[in-house]
Write a protein that binds this ligand. Structure first.
Ligand SMILES: [Zn+2]
Length: 477
């Protein structure tokens, strides 16, 4: 088995070199291919199928809250991008510019959207006149471009896929509520569908989105102890509305500015799934997001009746996303391949199983094998997939909790950041200077001020002055 595995695809072990392990998995599980376009990747069928499942599940949840899908242009004229001062400053260093149309230089250059707040604002300014036009709750599925210097598959690439929701409301209360609602929707999605526990909280002033009044975030902990921002939801108040002149007449016929939000999730989530659940045999996919949930592998398939029986089992399991591996590779090779691709359940069926009216179910997450009667195959597979989904969440939560530390003074803080990968909970005075100092001296950043605040001590972990907030700190992707 070990030899056959090696022959299939060898990957670096996690403990040896986590970064190399990650790269090996994304390539060898067939998720991406490198392209001749610098900093951009090709999503292969196995990778794109995960995105399609994410998209399907999120889209359904968005629509249940009244969101509708639209599509905006790919280009943003420079004058439009410059209307909101903080926003343009935040994005200017990483936008790509279009300067020519065919052979002619453009009168005004246009950037390729890094995000579409300005386009939505321009659009809303034309669409919204009366309180009757509100709220507007639009989302678009698209790609955006950010000219990153260093890129890594899924985590940072110059073009990536995402969704961006943009809403406009009559009041400040409504936009705040919507910002929270979408953050909670993201958090529930990560926990229920991706089996990935997250911390819900607010970004500090330093870390918030360019042009936002407040940014809410969900932060997940990867297997190597680094944090990954997994989704954000921004409350703009009426800042963008003032810059773009988005006004409506209220019921008393008075002119008012709208209040806006935006929120997004990206293909980064696939990187998170890999780094939260993966192991030394490759990808481990939560059943709810796995493109293939069950793979049937015949043993001694050259023997009479085996392939037919395997085919029959595959058909019986058609209520799941199921595949049959009927290639002429050896079973050990097929096992390793299915493991590399993260398929949650493997069904083994051979001559002896057929004789005994049974099949062997193997779990990808634990490696455990269970013998089941063929009479109850569908029920057992269904139960097992549900069990795997919830066990994967619990395992990830236990890992996160075991790698979450408390620091009450700066020496302790520095020691933890240097020696124990994970989240550090510590009190903070609210001053940007302390946040900058911590980042400079430890490379840890403030991940969020969690909604679930705890009182760990009275003073800031960095300067010793009175503390205002408990903050999650950590090294991040
Ligand atoms: Zn301080």
């Amino acid at each position: 088995m070990a030899k056959e595995k090696k022959q299939v695809r060898e990957i670096t072990s996690m403990s040896e070199d986590f970064a190399q392990w990650y790269t090996d998995v994304v390539v060898k599980a067939g998720l991406i291919g490198y392209t001749s376009v610098k900093g951009c990747m090709a999503l292969k069928p196995a990778g794109y199928a995960i995105w399609e499942n994410i998209q399907h599940e999120l889209d359904k949840r968005f629509k249940e809250t009244g969101v509708e899908n639209v599509y905006m242009p790919l280009f943003i004229p420079e004058s439009l991008l410059q209307k909101e001062k903080d926003h343009v400053e935040g994005f200017a260093p990483e936008v790509a510019w279009v300067t020519h149309g065919g052979l002619n230089e453009l009168q005004e250059r246009m950037c390729v959207r890094p995000t579409s707040e300005t386009l939505f604002c321009d659009f809303y300014a034309k669409e919204i006149q009366s309180y009757r036009d509100l709220p507007k709750m639009y989302n678009q599925w698209c790609s955006v471009v950010r000219w990153e210097k260093e890129t890594r598959p899924f985590l940072r690439s110059r073009e990536f896929l995402w969704q961006e929701g943009h809403t406009a409301h009559a009041t400040a209360e409504e936009s705040k509520e919507r910002t929270e609602q979408m953050l909670n929707l993201y958090a529930d999605f990560c926990e229920q569908v991706l089996a990935m526990p997250v911390i819900r909280g607010q970004k500090t002033e330093k870390e918030k989105f360019a042009g936002a009044e407040a940014t809410y975030t969900i932060e997940a902990l990867m297997h190597d102890g680094k944090a990954l921002q997994s989704g954000t939801s921004h409350n703009f108040g009426d800042g963008f509305a003032r810059a773009f002149g988005i006004q409506y007449t209220d019921k008393e016929n008075k002119l008012q500015y709208v209040h806006q939000t935006s929120w997004g999730m990206t293909t980064r989530l696939i990187g998170a799934i890999i780094m939260v659940h993966g192991d030394d045999n490759g990808l481990v996919l939560p059943p709810m997001i796995a493109p293939t949930q069950v793979i049937v592998i015949p043993i001694a398939q050259h023997k009479e009746g085996v392939l037919e029986k395997a085919e029959e089992l595959k058909n019986r399991l058609s209520g799941f996303r199921v595949k049959l591996d009927a290639t002429d590779n050896k079973p050990g090779w097929k096992f390793a391949e299915a493991e590399m691709r993260g398929i949650p359940v493997r069904v083994e069926i051979g001559p002896k199983d057929i004789e005994a009216n049974q099949a062997v179910l193997a779990r990808r997450d634990t490696g455990e094998k269970i013998v089941v009667s063929l009479d109850e195959l569908e029920t057992k597979v269904d139960e097992l997939l549900k069990q795997i989904q919830s066990d994967m969440f619990e395992k990830a939560r236990a890992h996160r909790d075991a790698h979450t530390y408390v620091a009450t003074n700066y020496d302790e803080f520095k020691d933890i950041i240097a020696n124990k990968p994970g989240f550090v909970k510590a009190m903070w005075c609210g001053d940007r200077a302390c946040e900058d100092k911590i980042k400079e001296e430890t490379t840890a950043t403030s991940r969020c001020m969690p909604f679930a605040q705890e009182h760990l001590s009275d003073v800031c972990v960095c300067c010793g002055r009175p503390a205002k907030k408990m903050v999650y700190w950590g090294k991040a992707y």
